[in-house]
Design a protein around this ligand. Structure first.
Ligand SMILES: *Cc1c(COP(=O)(O)O)cnc(C)c1O
Length: 465
């Protein structure tokens, strides 16, 4: 074990140096992977030296998500204290289902949930748990919503048609989960978004009224706090009114930007959040905790137990339910995703997490202004978002992003809203500075200006008339 840890230290040392000197790896074609790297498993053990060399090469060839040039998804960078917590969680290898097995780690998870519930403005008896990702947090919310509206569904199966309302811009997990929980993909109603990317509340009202007339039972409105592409915030106060009127569960999917609850300046974006029945956020996105760390909070502790507790005499043999976290989990054995978030939070304080969030918005404001004040760019961004959406000169977003990746220059992705496709720069790595964002743009410009032949031009739209 100790020699494994010293190998680990060596590998990480090298990696951290490489992240600086060589922030983007050369991609390996999937078809060439097994020829390029020693991935193959064999009958015979591998000699120690060959083993470390194989591992070193694999580490070196893995995309560097913590580098200053990684803008591809809604996570990036690295927080040392969070990594420390995660490494310890691996070594301790607790399973979070019972107090008997996890001891103080249970207290750590409970403390995180209590503090988050405070920040949301939920009552003292609010509850919550950690799910394996934002999609699964949404799943848990949908299960609670279903069981509230149709209490017999869990024991007898579905007896009638339940409907879910979510923005056309919301995350795809809503539809996937609708299939999982037996309400059916077709019963997800996609409410169109307005020009600013937020849900059209008037159309939502009409859709619900029509469904009620047609004999459906609306069960959940899913509001998004930070839509995956634009980063838009659905209007929670208005949605809460409708939810109350029809007795529908209101969930706020804050996987991407729910962490604005930490910022005095930005928490107005989720105004009314305490009226939602449940709320989820991914600490592995804005709070830079290693994947995955997704929290689902609810003010209906009883519903959380009703939907997720199952008796298991072989498991729950000591202590009270409040400390046997398995009673509110999706899983049975559950990895400790709390410690890494706690080590970060403990070390930087709530004020440190606030600075992190505020800095992400500063970087976003800088990037947005840069795009808006530069005639070579077309801007598609909304204000108050960490997603800066734009096109450069006449090139397609797809060709720029693909070429930057293939030439191992930068990792950035593209997205779509309405008919437009654009590059989406995400300023979620709070380790980046304004200079890193300037560098992003100058790098992109130089690359495009020097390699026009690699890029595709946007075809000008031909008017059908
Ligand atoms: C990322 C994201 C999710 C999914 O979270 P995972 O942890 O990737 O499963 C859900 N909703 C929104 C709005 C997201 O941005």
């Amino acid at each position: 074990m100790l020699s494994d840890l010293s190998l680990f230290n060596r590998l990480v040392d090298e990696l951290i140096k490489l992240e600086k000197t060589n922030p983007v790896v050369s991609p390996i074609a999937p078809s060439e992977l097994l020829e390029t790297l020693d991935i193959e498993l064999r009958e015979e053990p591998q000699m120690e030296e060959d083993f470390s060399e194989s591992l070193r090469q694999i580490v070196e060839a893995t995309p560097r998500t913590a580098s200053s040039m990684f803008f591809n998804q809604l996570f990036g960078g690295r927080q040392g204290k969070a990594v420390l917590g995660d490494l310890l969680a691996v070594v301790l290898n607790s399973s979070m289902y019972t107090y008997k097995v996890a001891g103080p780690q249970v207290g750590i998870e409970r403390e995180i949930i209590a503090k988050l519930n405070d920040l949301v403005g939920y009552p003292k008896n609010a509850a919550g748990t950690i799910a394996p990702g934002g999609s699964m947090s949404n799943l848990m919310a949908m299960i609670m919503a279903r069981d509230m509206v149709d209490p017999l569904a869990a024991s007898q199966g579905m007896s009638h048609s339940l409907t879910v309302y979510t923005s056309a811009e919301s995350h795809y997990s809503i539809q996937k989960n609708a299939a999982f929980i037996g309400i059916g993909r077709q019963n997800v109603r996609y409410v169109p978004a307005m020009a600013d990317g937020t849900m059209n509340v008037k159309e939502l009202r009409e859709m619900i009224a029509k469904d009620v007339l047609d004999g459906h039972s609306p069960m959940m409105i899913n509001a998004t706090a930070g839509t995956t592409v634009l980063g838009a915030f659905d209007p929670i106060i208005e949605l809460a009114e409708i939810a109350a009127e029809y007795a529908i569960w209101l969930h706020v999917d804050g996987a991407y930007c729910g962490s604005v609850i930490f910022s005095d300046e930005k928490k107005h974006l989720v105004e009314g959040l305490n009226q939602a029945d449940s709320f989820s956020l991914n600490a592995h996105k804005m709070l830079m905790t290693p994947l995955t760390c997704s929290l689902i909070l609810t003010k209906h502790k009883d519903q959380l137990y009703t939907s997720f507790a199952n008796d298991a005499d072989y498991l729950y043999q000591t202590d009270e339910d409040d400390f046997n976290l398995g009673k509110t989990s999706l899983q049975c054995g559950r990895r400790n995703d709390a410690l890494k978030f706690w080590t970060l939070w403990k070390s930087v304080g709530t004020s440190g997490l606030r600075s992190l969030v505020d800095h992400q918005f500063e970087l976003a404001d800088f990037a947005r202004n840069y795009v808006r004040n530069n005639p070579d760019y077309t801007d598609f961004s909304i204000d108050d978002s960490l997603s800066i959406c734009f096109n450069y000169k006449g090139y397609t977003a797809k060709s720029i992003c693909t070429q930057l990746y293939e030439q191992s220059e930068m990792m950035v992705g593209f997205g779509q809203f309405r008919e437009e496709e654009f590059i989406r720069l995400v300023t979620i790595n709070a380790n980046n500075s304004i200079e890193d964002i300037e560098h992003f743009f100058s790098h992109l410009e130089n690359f495009c200006d020097e390699n026009p032949a690699l890029l595709e031009e946007v075809k000008t739209k031909v008017n059908a008339n």
